[in-house]
Design a protein around this ligand. Sequence first.
Ligand SMILES: Cc1cc2nc3c(=O)[nH]c(=O)nc-3n(C[C@H](O)[C@H](O)[C@H](O)COP(=O)(O)O)c2cc1C
Length: 353
Amino acid sequence: MKRLTYISSFSRSLSKREIEAIGHISQTNNSREGITGVLLSCNSIFFQILEGDEDCIDRLYEKILRDDRHNGILCLKSEQNVSTRKFPDWSMEVIVLDENNDILLQPIKILLQTLGESQTILASYTQSGVLQAIENGINPLTLKPRYSEKIILFADIISFSSITEKLQVAEVVELLNQFFTICTNAIASKGGEVTKFIGDCVMAYFEGDRANEAVQASLEILSELEILRSHSPAHSPLCVLYTGIGISKGIVLEGNIGSQTKKEYTVIGDAVNVASRLEAITRKLNRFLVFSADVRLGLSDRWKPVRLGDFHTKGRDEIVEVYSIDDFLTFQKSDFRKLKQEIRQHLDLISCQ
Ligand SMILES: Cc1cc2nc3c(=O)[nH]c(=O)nc-3n(C[C@H](O)[C@H](O)[C@H](O)COP(=O)(O)O)c2cc1C
Protein backbone atom coordinates (compact mmCIF):
# COMPACT_ATOMS: atom_id res chain seq x y z
CA MET A 1 0.00 0.00 0.00
CA LYS A 2 0.98 3.62 -0.40
CA ARG A 3 0.44 6.60 1.90
CA LEU A 4 0.65 10.15 0.53
CA THR A 5 0.61 13.31 2.62
CA TYR A 6 0.38 16.72 1.00
CA ILE A 7 -0.48 20.31 1.72
CA SER A 8 -2.05 22.84 -0.67
CA SER A 9 -3.66 26.29 -0.70
CA PHE A 10 -7.18 27.24 -1.75
CA SER A 11 -7.01 28.81 -5.21
CA ARG A 12 -10.05 30.94 -4.26
CA SER A 13 -12.28 31.37 -1.28
CA LEU A 14 -14.20 28.11 -0.64
CA SER A 15 -17.37 27.93 1.42
CA LYS A 16 -17.99 25.21 3.98
CA ARG A 17 -20.53 23.74 1.57
CA GLU A 18 -17.92 23.54 -1.21
CA ILE A 19 -15.46 21.81 1.11
CA GLU A 20 -18.16 19.37 2.19
CA ALA A 21 -18.88 18.67 -1.47
CA ILE A 22 -15.24 17.60 -1.91
CA GLY A 23 -15.77 15.32 1.10
CA HIS A 24 -18.91 13.75 -0.37
CA ILE A 25 -17.45 12.93 -3.78
CA SER A 26 -14.26 11.71 -2.07
CA GLN A 27 -16.16 9.35 0.21
CA THR A 28 -18.12 7.88 -2.71
CA ASN A 29 -15.06 7.46 -4.94
CA ASN A 30 -12.67 6.36 -2.21
CA SER A 31 -14.99 3.64 -0.84
CA ARG A 32 -15.11 2.19 -4.36
CA GLU A 33 -11.32 2.29 -4.72
CA GLY A 34 -10.47 1.13 -1.20
CA ILE A 35 -8.85 4.47 -0.35
CA THR A 36 -8.94 5.86 3.18
CA GLY A 37 -7.66 9.08 4.75
CA VAL A 38 -8.35 12.47 6.17
CA LEU A 39 -8.71 15.98 4.75
CA LEU A 40 -8.09 18.93 7.08
CA SER A 41 -8.97 22.44 6.06
CA CYS A 42 -7.81 25.49 7.98
CA ASN A 43 -7.01 29.11 7.04
CA SER A 44 -7.42 28.41 3.29
CA ILE A 45 -5.05 25.46 3.48
CA PHE A 46 -5.75 21.79 2.76
CA PHE A 47 -3.80 19.03 4.43
CA GLN A 48 -4.63 15.55 3.20
CA ILE A 49 -3.47 12.02 3.92
CA LEU A 50 -4.41 9.36 1.36
CA GLU A 51 -3.76 5.65 1.80
CA GLY A 52 -4.53 2.64 -0.36
CA ASP A 53 -3.38 0.56 -3.28
CA GLU A 54 -0.41 2.25 -5.00
CA ASP A 55 -1.98 2.53 -8.48
CA CYS A 56 -5.26 3.83 -7.04
CA ILE A 57 -3.44 6.49 -4.99
CA ASP A 58 -1.34 7.55 -8.00
CA ARG A 59 -4.45 7.85 -10.19
CA LEU A 60 -6.32 9.85 -7.54
CA TYR A 61 -3.35 12.12 -6.84
CA GLU A 62 -3.06 12.92 -10.55
CA LYS A 63 -6.73 13.96 -10.49
CA ILE A 64 -6.24 15.99 -7.31
CA LEU A 65 -3.18 17.77 -8.83
CA ARG A 66 -5.40 18.92 -11.71
CA ASP A 67 -8.23 20.16 -9.44
CA ASP A 68 -8.47 23.94 -9.81
CA ARG A 69 -9.96 24.48 -6.35
CA HIS A 70 -6.44 24.44 -4.93
CA ASN A 71 -2.86 25.14 -5.98
CA GLY A 72 0.68 25.24 -4.58
CA ILE A 73 0.38 21.51 -3.90
CA LEU A 74 3.40 20.20 -2.06
CA CYS A 75 3.78 16.52 -1.33
CA LEU A 76 5.22 16.29 2.17
CA LYS A 77 5.67 12.55 2.28
CA SER A 78 5.22 9.59 -0.02
CA GLU A 79 5.48 6.21 1.75
CA GLN A 80 5.66 2.96 -0.21
CA ASN A 81 5.06 -0.57 1.11
CA VAL A 82 2.85 0.60 3.96
CA SER A 83 1.41 -2.44 5.74
CA THR A 84 -1.28 -0.90 7.95
CA ARG A 85 -3.68 1.99 7.48
CA LYS A 86 -3.78 4.89 9.93
CA PHE A 87 -7.44 5.68 9.08
CA PRO A 88 -9.04 2.31 8.24
CA ASP A 89 -12.57 3.53 8.99
CA TRP A 90 -12.49 6.86 7.13
CA SER A 91 -13.06 6.77 3.36
CA MET A 92 -12.27 10.51 3.65
CA GLU A 93 -12.97 12.33 6.87
CA VAL A 94 -13.22 16.06 6.28
CA ILE A 95 -12.31 18.23 9.27
CA VAL A 96 -12.82 21.99 8.91
CA LEU A 97 -10.65 23.33 11.71
CA ASP A 98 -11.67 27.00 11.23
CA GLU A 99 -15.02 26.46 12.89
CA ASN A 100 -13.62 24.60 15.87
CA ASN A 101 -12.43 26.83 18.71
CA ASP A 102 -11.20 24.02 20.94
CA ILE A 103 -8.01 25.28 22.61
CA LEU A 104 -6.38 21.89 22.03
CA LEU A 105 -6.69 22.42 18.28
CA GLN A 106 -5.01 25.86 18.33
CA PRO A 107 -1.45 24.50 18.01
CA ILE A 108 -2.49 22.34 15.05
CA LYS A 109 -4.08 25.37 13.34
CA ILE A 110 -0.87 27.36 13.88
CA LEU A 111 1.23 24.44 12.68
CA LEU A 112 -0.79 24.13 9.45
CA GLN A 113 -0.68 27.85 8.80
CA THR A 114 3.10 27.95 9.37
CA LEU A 115 3.57 24.94 7.11
CA GLY A 116 1.50 26.65 4.40
CA GLU A 117 3.49 29.87 4.67
CA SER A 118 6.89 28.17 4.62
CA GLN A 119 5.76 26.09 1.64
CA THR A 120 4.97 29.28 -0.31
CA ILE A 121 8.32 30.82 0.63
CA LEU A 122 10.30 27.68 -0.20
CA ALA A 123 8.46 27.29 -3.52
CA SER A 124 9.70 30.71 -4.69
CA TYR A 125 13.31 29.74 -3.94
CA THR A 126 13.13 26.28 -5.45
CA GLN A 127 13.45 25.47 -9.14
CA SER A 128 10.30 24.11 -10.77
CA GLY A 129 11.71 20.68 -11.68
CA VAL A 130 12.64 20.02 -8.05
CA LEU A 131 9.22 21.21 -6.87
CA GLN A 132 7.56 19.00 -9.44
CA ALA A 133 9.53 15.98 -8.21
CA ILE A 134 8.41 16.73 -4.64
CA GLU A 135 4.83 17.23 -5.87
CA ASN A 136 4.96 13.81 -7.47
CA GLY A 137 6.09 12.25 -4.23
CA ILE A 138 9.75 11.87 -5.27
CA ASN A 139 12.40 12.98 -2.81
CA PRO A 140 14.76 14.96 -5.12
CA LEU A 141 17.68 14.19 -2.83
CA THR A 142 17.39 10.52 -3.82
CA LEU A 143 17.76 11.27 -7.56
CA LYS A 144 21.03 9.78 -8.78
CA PRO A 145 23.31 11.91 -11.01
CA ARG A 146 23.11 10.85 -14.67
CA TYR A 147 24.44 11.80 -18.07
CA SER A 148 21.87 13.15 -20.48
CA GLU A 149 21.69 15.20 -23.65
CA LYS A 150 20.52 18.74 -23.01
CA ILE A 151 20.21 22.06 -24.77
CA ILE A 152 21.69 24.78 -22.60
CA LEU A 153 20.63 28.41 -22.75
CA PHE A 154 22.41 31.40 -21.24
CA ALA A 155 20.87 34.88 -21.37
CA ASP A 156 22.33 37.94 -19.74
CA ILE A 157 21.77 41.67 -19.71
CA ILE A 158 23.88 43.83 -22.01
CA SER A 159 25.90 46.51 -20.13
CA PHE A 160 24.72 45.33 -16.73
CA SER A 161 27.82 46.82 -15.05
CA SER A 162 26.82 50.29 -16.32
CA ILE A 163 23.30 49.67 -15.06
CA THR A 164 24.48 48.80 -11.54
CA GLU A 165 26.88 51.75 -11.59
CA LYS A 166 24.31 54.35 -12.60
CA LEU A 167 21.04 53.20 -11.01
CA GLN A 168 19.71 53.08 -7.47
CA VAL A 169 19.49 49.62 -5.85
CA ALA A 170 15.68 49.54 -6.09
CA GLU A 171 15.81 50.35 -9.81
CA VAL A 172 18.35 47.58 -10.44
CA VAL A 173 16.17 45.09 -8.56
CA GLU A 174 13.09 46.17 -10.54
CA LEU A 175 14.97 45.80 -13.83
CA LEU A 176 16.36 42.38 -12.86
CA ASN A 177 12.92 41.18 -11.76
CA GLN A 178 11.39 42.25 -15.07
CA PHE A 179 14.17 40.50 -16.99
CA PHE A 180 14.00 37.28 -14.96
CA THR A 181 10.20 37.18 -15.19
CA ILE A 182 10.27 37.51 -18.98
CA CYS A 183 12.98 34.83 -19.30
CA THR A 184 11.38 32.40 -16.83
CA ASN A 185 7.93 32.68 -18.42
CA ALA A 186 9.24 32.22 -21.96
CA ILE A 187 11.47 29.28 -21.01
CA ALA A 188 8.84 27.52 -18.88
CA SER A 189 6.15 27.97 -21.55
CA LYS A 190 8.36 26.07 -24.00
CA GLY A 191 9.10 23.23 -21.57
CA GLY A 192 12.54 24.43 -20.43
CA GLU A 193 13.83 24.57 -16.89
CA VAL A 194 15.54 27.61 -15.39
CA THR A 195 18.24 26.12 -13.22
CA LYS A 196 19.69 29.32 -11.76
CA PHE A 197 20.17 33.05 -11.86
CA ILE A 198 23.83 34.01 -11.75
CA GLY A 199 23.95 37.75 -11.11
CA ASP A 200 22.18 39.17 -14.16
CA CYS A 201 22.41 35.89 -16.08
CA VAL A 202 19.76 33.19 -16.54
CA MET A 203 20.89 29.61 -17.05
CA ALA A 204 18.30 27.17 -18.36
CA TYR A 205 18.11 23.82 -20.07
CA PHE A 206 15.80 21.91 -22.40
CA GLU A 207 15.77 18.22 -23.31
CA GLY A 208 18.24 17.40 -26.12
CA ASP A 209 15.53 17.09 -28.81
CA ARG A 210 13.99 20.49 -27.99
CA ALA A 211 16.13 22.80 -30.17
CA ASN A 212 13.02 24.36 -31.74
CA GLU A 213 11.56 25.14 -28.32
CA ALA A 214 14.85 26.65 -27.08
CA VAL A 215 15.00 28.96 -30.12
CA GLN A 216 11.30 29.78 -29.79
CA ALA A 217 11.79 30.68 -26.11
CA SER A 218 14.78 32.87 -27.04
CA LEU A 219 12.81 34.75 -29.71
CA GLU A 220 9.97 35.19 -27.24
CA ILE A 221 12.40 36.71 -24.72
CA LEU A 222 13.73 39.10 -27.39
CA SER A 223 10.22 40.01 -28.48
CA GLU A 224 8.98 40.59 -24.91
CA LEU A 225 11.99 42.82 -24.21
CA GLU A 226 11.26 44.77 -27.37
CA ILE A 227 7.66 45.31 -26.19
CA LEU A 228 8.86 46.28 -22.70
CA ARG A 229 11.37 48.82 -24.09
CA SER A 230 8.84 50.44 -26.39
CA HIS A 231 6.11 50.62 -23.71
CA SER A 232 8.28 51.99 -20.91
CA PRO A 233 8.30 55.72 -20.13
CA ALA A 234 11.16 57.68 -21.76
CA HIS A 235 13.02 58.16 -18.45
CA SER A 236 12.86 54.46 -17.51
CA PRO A 237 15.99 52.25 -17.50
CA LEU A 238 13.77 49.55 -19.03
CA CYS A 239 14.07 51.45 -22.34
CA VAL A 240 17.62 50.09 -22.60
CA LEU A 241 17.06 46.55 -21.33
CA TYR A 242 18.70 44.26 -23.92
CA THR A 243 19.96 40.70 -23.64
CA GLY A 244 22.39 38.43 -25.45
CA ILE A 245 21.45 34.73 -25.65
CA GLY A 246 23.76 31.75 -26.33
CA ILE A 247 22.52 28.19 -26.87
CA SER A 248 24.53 24.97 -27.13
CA LYS A 249 23.83 21.26 -27.03
CA GLY A 250 25.68 18.30 -25.56
CA ILE A 251 25.94 15.53 -23.00
CA VAL A 252 25.94 16.94 -19.48
CA LEU A 253 25.93 15.57 -15.98
CA GLU A 254 22.54 16.20 -14.45
CA GLY A 255 21.87 15.91 -10.75
CA ASN A 256 22.19 17.25 -7.22
CA ILE A 257 25.45 19.11 -6.87
CA GLY A 258 26.56 20.92 -3.75
CA SER A 259 27.52 20.47 -0.15
CA GLN A 260 25.86 18.55 2.67
CA THR A 261 23.85 21.62 3.62
CA LYS A 262 23.22 23.38 0.29
CA LYS A 263 22.51 21.66 -2.98
CA GLU A 264 21.19 22.59 -6.38
CA TYR A 265 19.73 20.35 -9.05
CA THR A 266 21.68 21.44 -12.09
CA VAL A 267 23.65 20.40 -15.15
CA ILE A 268 27.41 20.62 -15.64
CA GLY A 269 29.65 19.89 -18.61
CA ASP A 270 31.29 21.29 -21.70
CA ALA A 271 27.97 22.28 -23.31
CA VAL A 272 27.32 24.56 -20.34
CA ASN A 273 30.67 26.32 -20.86
CA VAL A 274 30.01 26.62 -24.60
CA ALA A 275 26.57 28.20 -24.06
CA SER A 276 28.07 30.70 -21.63
CA ARG A 277 30.88 31.55 -24.10
CA LEU A 278 28.41 31.83 -26.99
CA GLU A 279 26.32 34.25 -24.97
CA ALA A 280 29.48 36.32 -24.43
CA ILE A 281 30.30 36.49 -28.16
CA THR A 282 26.85 37.87 -29.05
CA ARG A 283 28.53 41.25 -28.33
CA LYS A 284 31.29 40.58 -30.87
CA LEU A 285 28.92 39.23 -33.53
CA ASN A 286 26.30 41.98 -33.12
CA ARG A 287 23.56 39.38 -32.76
CA PHE A 288 21.15 39.01 -29.87
CA LEU A 289 20.91 35.24 -30.34
CA VAL A 290 23.59 32.76 -31.36
CA PHE A 291 23.81 28.98 -31.16
CA SER A 292 26.10 26.08 -31.99
CA ALA A 293 26.01 23.74 -35.02
CA ASP A 294 24.50 20.92 -32.88
CA VAL A 295 21.54 23.13 -32.05
CA ARG A 296 21.17 24.12 -35.69
CA LEU A 297 21.01 20.42 -36.67
CA GLY A 298 18.00 19.91 -34.39
CA LEU A 299 16.01 22.78 -35.90
CA SER A 300 13.09 22.19 -38.23
CA ASP A 301 12.89 23.73 -41.71
CA ARG A 302 10.66 26.63 -40.73
CA TRP A 303 13.60 28.55 -39.24
CA LYS A 304 16.06 30.44 -41.39
CA PRO A 305 19.40 29.72 -39.71
CA VAL A 306 22.34 31.85 -40.83
CA ARG A 307 25.92 30.69 -40.41
CA LEU A 308 28.02 33.42 -38.80
CA GLY A 309 31.35 31.56 -39.02
CA ASP A 310 33.79 29.56 -36.90
CA PHE A 311 34.93 31.17 -33.68
CA HIS A 312 37.31 30.55 -30.82
CA THR A 313 35.52 30.85 -27.52
CA LYS A 314 37.38 31.97 -24.42
CA GLY A 315 39.22 29.20 -22.54
CA ARG A 316 38.51 26.46 -25.12
CA ASP A 317 40.79 25.02 -27.81
CA GLU A 318 38.01 23.77 -30.07
CA ILE A 319 36.48 26.08 -32.63
CA VAL A 320 32.68 26.52 -32.47
CA GLU A 321 30.59 26.87 -35.60
CA VAL A 322 28.17 29.66 -34.77
CA TYR A 323 24.67 30.25 -36.17
CA SER A 324 21.84 32.66 -35.66
CA ILE A 325 18.28 33.03 -36.95
CA ASP A 326 17.41 35.31 -39.83
CA ASP A 327 14.87 37.29 -37.84
CA PHE A 328 14.76 41.00 -37.16
CA LEU A 329 14.70 40.31 -33.40
CA THR A 330 18.19 38.80 -33.54
CA PHE A 331 19.93 41.62 -35.43
CA GLN A 332 17.90 44.78 -34.82
CA LYS A 333 21.06 46.60 -33.71
CA SER A 334 23.92 46.15 -36.14
CA ASP A 335 26.65 47.61 -33.94
CA PHE A 336 26.80 46.54 -30.30
CA ARG A 337 29.55 49.10 -29.52
CA LYS A 338 27.09 51.81 -30.48
CA LEU A 339 24.32 50.04 -28.58
CA LYS A 340 26.44 50.02 -25.42
CA GLN A 341 27.12 53.74 -25.90
CA GLU A 342 23.38 54.35 -26.34
CA ILE A 343 22.70 52.44 -23.12
CA ARG A 344 25.34 54.42 -21.20
CA GLN A 345 24.04 57.75 -22.52
CA HIS A 346 20.48 56.87 -21.56
CA LEU A 347 21.60 55.81 -18.07
CA ASP A 348 23.66 59.02 -17.68
CA LEU A 349 20.66 61.08 -18.67
CA ILE A 350 18.21 59.42 -16.29
CA SER A 351 20.65 59.21 -13.39
CA CYS A 352 21.12 63.04 -13.53
CA GLN A 353 17.39 63.68 -13.24
C1 LIG B 1 -8.09 19.19 -1.56
C2 LIG B 1 -8.82 18.19 -2.38
C3 LIG B 1 -8.88 16.85 -1.99
C4 LIG B 1 -9.54 15.91 -2.75
N1 LIG B 1 -9.60 14.60 -2.34
C5 LIG B 1 -10.24 13.66 -3.07
C6 LIG B 1 -10.30 12.30 -2.66
O1 LIG B 1 -9.79 11.90 -1.64
N2 LIG B 1 -10.98 11.45 -3.48
C7 LIG B 1 -11.59 11.83 -4.63
O2 LIG B 1 -12.18 11.00 -5.31
N3 LIG B 1 -11.57 13.12 -5.02
C8 LIG B 1 -10.92 14.05 -4.27
N4 LIG B 1 -10.90 15.35 -4.66
C9 LIG B 1 -11.69 15.75 -5.84
C10 LIG B 1 -11.03 15.37 -7.13
O3 LIG B 1 -10.05 16.33 -7.50
C11 LIG B 1 -12.09 15.29 -8.24
O4 LIG B 1 -12.72 16.53 -8.39
C12 LIG B 1 -13.13 14.26 -7.90
O5 LIG B 1 -12.51 13.02 -7.64
C13 LIG B 1 -14.19 14.09 -9.02
O6 LIG B 1 -13.74 13.24 -9.97
P1 LIG B 1 -14.76 12.41 -10.90
O7 LIG B 1 -15.57 13.44 -11.62
O8 LIG B 1 -13.81 11.64 -11.78
O9 LIG B 1 -15.57 11.56 -10.00
C14 LIG B 1 -10.21 16.30 -3.92
C15 LIG B 1 -10.16 17.65 -4.33
C16 LIG B 1 -9.48 18.58 -3.57
C17 LIG B 1 -9.43 20.01 -4.02
